[in-house]
Design a protein around this ligand. Structure first.
Ligand SMILES: C[S@@+](CC[C@H](N)C(=O)[O-])C[C@H]1O[C@@H](n2cnc3c(N)ncnc32)[C@H](O)[C@@H]1O
Length: 921
């Protein structure tokens, strides 16, 4: 698995109507995310890396935008607040509290519109007990007095507010209070108040402005106005006179607020204001006369967060000087590469030891400790040898995918690059990616072209503080040409294809204006590419429309392919110039891979080759091997190993990735691979049943299937409509038929719900495939009324006309997202005794360790099994501790043992690293 964003710590995740494009490609549904039907507010839906946002968020798929830092804490808070256990519980005095009552007590009850309800024409499987509002009439105001920003009410209010902008005295006062946060003030207004305004740092994050005002009053502080920044530890107060300021500082500075010590500091005007840089003011008002509120946010917020962290006075200007984007994005770049590898190895060693410790603790009473735990002492507590770390063949410019935010620099200049810090801490400043050694020359150039375009665009840059604006992000994806040796000094020389994906939010903008701007952008990119020396490849230009608060868009966010031409004259640009499909290609181990805009592809292709070869070598493959490629993406692992096995079965939830995988098999003439689209936790049970049942039984199933097909042509046609990946013409998935997401695990216990926090680090993904009977595969499998072959046919890349073969050697290579595997998948892998070998690939060693604890700890006796249902401390547990608790409910089964581990460095200069572990039994 891999880290998708350049700087996961900083970054880590809908309306298409606005896009009236000649070619609209709605990205295929990623399946649905909900098995457990915990929803996130629309605004907090992320992109779960494809990973996306959703609607009916599975409690087990709650996500923090992938190291997306920013809104994660808010998201976690909300999801925690929402993630109440689903069964009835007893209150003190044994009064029974129903699930609905519990939810209603939740201040967030019905404060967010149910997107599931909306998309499904007014139906939601949760009915009245749904935590989310079914329509505007059910919607309640949020505790902070705001409305769901996607509601008509909120939009109307936002519009009215915008219309009144600058006219109301009240508004002006608010803006002045917020001088550090907003760009909407004129210099003179600000300067008149800045001496009488103070910044308060270390306020409890959850406080509202009302809380702050009460606090000030309680402390006898007289003020003119006070405002708390939502989701940040920062607030502002403005006073009438110097005397009030003096009292406030005396009464507040150093006093406890919540569990922290309050700091009071001056507000410094933005650097460009201080310098009176008139050029900067031109950035503030766009050509439509709309005020842009983003500029300069970053400067002050960065200061605040830096200073908060550093326990420094709030106002020191020097803190900015210490922070540079290179250090933030590639913190190890200062070290020689050999030292970086050593550091990663030590960190992995520490993490691996937690596997031994936790498995030892979790080993049930009366069950002997497994040999690998006993032997761990001999190797310093490691569960198995860490055999080393494989270097990346390329050290600089190795990334084939970079996601650049659009924002404002510390000097208030529209900038395309990386954020200087974490949004949660209040940092929104973006700096150019120059000097980041992991970014390619080509990506830097495209970022610069986009930046130049933004400086004269009539549409505003996205404002992360109030979630308004248009231009959000530029993703540059590169594909290499085949068969050329890598030019280490100039890796860009090997790049032959480039796809640009520009993320915008069209929601509040006029279609004609949007189209004009996008056409201008296409022209700018094409001109920039052809005038660069050497010229830059440009293969596809895609616009992604996304309104969520984080830039990580759901996989089904609307995509539109923009036509472009290298010709000087753009007047002749027509729809037919557009490429119907946006794809680029890359090569791994001699195979050609087609990559669509949202499909996962390892960001360091050459190092990924090494990773896949290692996984293949450790998997002990042969012609009699059946290889499960779990979380297969575009099929890279399975396809590169297909010639070494009898059959590959790939499972992947992103429909366009599955479609790519199928196409990749075809373009490489590979016939022994089958790709199944669905969440692994939804389809794995059926897949294992189908392939690992006794041959007699499976033959029987196929007979049943054939018979059904003959009997019911209509149902077959219906089925065909959702078998996206089986279409050889590359047609995309039509997604779920009725859009309903389903629960996967009927007996999900709170222990399994623990997974929801595990997965909080991962943007949620959305799958759309379902059985035509309206049940998810898992649900079907849970009640076992449909045969596995029938279920799988509906989401498989083939049509099951060939009988399922049976193989002696069954191996799984799993390469899950950062959150690791779902507990259902872990349970299935562990309890299927035919699976003797498992190669686990992970870019997050913590989740590998957590999953390995469950796979490798001996099962308890029945009598020992704990009931974890009332264990509500799980929210605060580490992933390893959670895993340890989950081992108690693992059905009796032979545990795996860790055999060896090896790291592969896919991310030079960053602390991340892929870890591979072989598990056997
Ligand atoms: C780290 S990537 C690995 C992809 C592929 N193995 C490769 O190396 O290119 C993880 C993949 O898992 C997919 N994924 C995430 N959650 C999943 C789930 N619950 N079930 C199936 N696939 C999932 C993502 O869409 C992504 O393609």
């Amino acid at each position: 698995m891999s880290t998708e964003t350049v700087n996961p710590e900083l970054n880590g995740e809908e309306s298409s109507e606005k896009l009236h494009s000649p070619v609209i490609v709605k990205s295929e549904l990623n399946g649905d995310d909900s098995s457990e039907h915990l929803q996130l507010p629309e605004t907090l839906k992320t992109e779960l890396n494809g990973e996306d946002s959703s609607e009916q968020l599975h409690s087990s798929a709650i996500v923090k935008p992938e190291l997306n830092g920013d809104e994660s804490s808010e998201l976690v808070k909300l999801t925690e607040a929402l993630a109440e256990p689903t069964e009835k519980r007893k209150r003190e005095g044994s009064e029974t509290v129903t699930e609905t009552e519990q939810k209603q007590q939740n201040p967030l009850w019905k404060t967010t519109l149910c997107s599931y309800f909306r998309r499904n024409d007014g139906s939601c499987s949760h009915g009245e007990s749904c935590r989310y509002a079914h329509g505007e009439s059910e919607l309640r105001v949020r505790p902070d007095n705001t409305w769901d920003p996607t509601s008509d009410r909120a939009k109307k209010m936002a519009k009215t507010a915008a219309d009144d902008d600058g006219e109301k005295a009240e508004d002006k006062e608010e803006k002045c209070n917020d001088v550090m946060m907003t760009e909407a003030l004129d210099d003179d207004e600000c300067s008149s108040v800045s001496g009488l305004s103070k910044c308060l740092v270390n306020l409890p994050m959850k406080w509202s402005s009302d809380n702050l005002r009460c606090f000030l009053k309680e402390h006898g502080v007289t003020f003119k106005s006070a405002k708390k920044k939502k989701g940040m530890a920062v607030g502002f107060a403005t006073f009438e006179n110097a005397e009030q300021v003096k009292t406030a500082v005396k009464e507040l500075d150093g006093k406890p607020a919540g569990n922290k010590i309050l700091k009071v500091g001056d507000i410094i005007p933005r650097a460009f204001e201080r310098k009176g840089n008139s050029a900067m003011s031109s950035f503030r008002t766009n050509q439509q006369g709309e005020k842009q509120t983003e500029a300069g946010d970053g400067l002050d917020l960065t200061k605040i967060s830096e200073e908060t962290e550093a326990e420094d006075p709030v106002t020191s200007d020097s803190v900015l000087k210490g922070r540079c984007v290179r250090d933030v994005v590639t913190p190890l770049a200062k070290m020689p590469y050999a030292d970086q590898l050593e550091q990663k190895k030590s960190s992995l060693t520490r993490t691996l030891k937690t596997l031994t410790r936790n498995a030892r603790k979790a080993c049930p009473n009366g069950v002997p400790l497994p040999e690998w735990i006993l032997k761990a002492r001999e190797i310093g507590g490691l569960p198995c040898e860490l055999e080393g770390i494989i270097e990346s063949p390329l050290i600089t410019g190795y990334r084939n995918k970079c996601e650049f935010s659009a924002g404002f620099s510390v000097l208030g200049k529209p900038t395309v690059g990386f954020q200087l810090g974490n949004f949660r801490e209040g940092v929104t400043a973006v700096e150019e990616p120059v000097d980041c050694p992991n970014v390619s020359r080509i990506a830097c150039k495209y970022a610069a072209i986009f930046q130049e375009f933004l400086q004269q665009s009539t549409l505003p840059i996205w404002n992360r503080l109030n979630n308004t604006g248009f231009w959000r992000q530029l993703t540059v994806r590169e594909g290499r040409m085949p068969g050329k040796n890598v030019e280490v000094e100039n890796p860009s020389a090997n790049i032959s294809e480039v796809m640009l994906i520009v993320q915008v939010s069209t929601l509040t903008f006029d279609d004609a204006l949007v189209n004009d701007e996008l056409q201008g952008l296409a022209k700018a990119f094409a001109m920039g590419a052809s005038s660069a020396s050497p010229t830059l490849p440009l293969t596809a230009l895609v616009v992604q429309d996304h309104t969520g608060i984080s830039n990580v868009a759901p996989a089904d966010a609307p995509l539109r392919v923009l036509p472009f031409s290298r010709e000087e004259s753009y007047s002749e640009l027509h729809a037919d110039n557009a490429v119907a499909e946006a794809k680029i290609h890359d090569f791994i181990n001699g195979l050609k891979f087609c990559i669509s805009p949202t499909a996962f592809f390892q960001v360091n292709t050459l190092a990924a080759e090494k990773l896949y070869s290692l996984a293949g070598d450790w998997a002990s493959l042969g012609p009699d091997t059946l290889l499960f490629d779990v979380c297969c993406g575009t099929g890279t692992i399975g396809l590169t190993l297909a010639n070494r096995v009898g059959m590959v079965v790939g499972i992947e939830m992103n429909a366009s990735a599955v479609s790519d995988a199928q196409r990749n098999a075809e373009i490489n003439g590979i016939k022994n691979c089958r790709f199944i689209c669905g969440k692994a936790e939804d389809v794995m049970g059926s897949v294992l049943k189908e392939y690992l049942a006794s041959p007699a039984k499976v033959d029987g199933l196929l007979d049943i299937e054939e018979k059904k097909n003959q009997e019911n042509t209509t149902s077959t046609e219906k089925t065909d409509s959702i078998v996206n990946a089986s279409k050889t013409d590359g047609e995309s998935s039509t997604g779920s038929e009725n859009g309903k997401s389903m629960c996967i695990d009927q007996d999900t216990t709170p222990t399994e719900n623990m997974y929801s926090t595990d997965r909080a680090a991962e943007p949620e993904e959305k799958t759309g495939l379902e059985c035509t009977n309206g049940k998810s595969l898992s649900e079907s499998s849970a009640d076992d009324t449909t045969e596995p072959a029938t279920q799988l046919k509906k989401c498989s890349s083939d049509n099951l006309t060939t009988p399922v073969q049976h193989f002696k050697n069954v191996v799984a290579i799993v390469d899950p997202p950062r959150a690791g595997l779902h507990p259902t998948v872990i349970k299935l892998l562990r309890t299927n005794s035919r699976l003797r070998r498992l190669v686990y690939i992970s870019c997050n060693p913590e989740s590998l360790v957590a999953n390995a604890i469950e796979l490798c700890t001996p099962s308890p006796d029945e009598s020992e099994k704990g009931d974890n249902r009332n264990n509500r401390l799980w929210r605060k547990m580490s992933s390893a501790t959670l895993a340890r608790h989950r081992t108690k409910s693992m059905p009796n089964s032979e545990p795996f043992k860790p055999v060896k581990a090896m790291a592969v460095d896919l991310f030079p200069h960053s602390p991340h690293c892929e870890l591979v572990m072989l598990l056997e039994r």
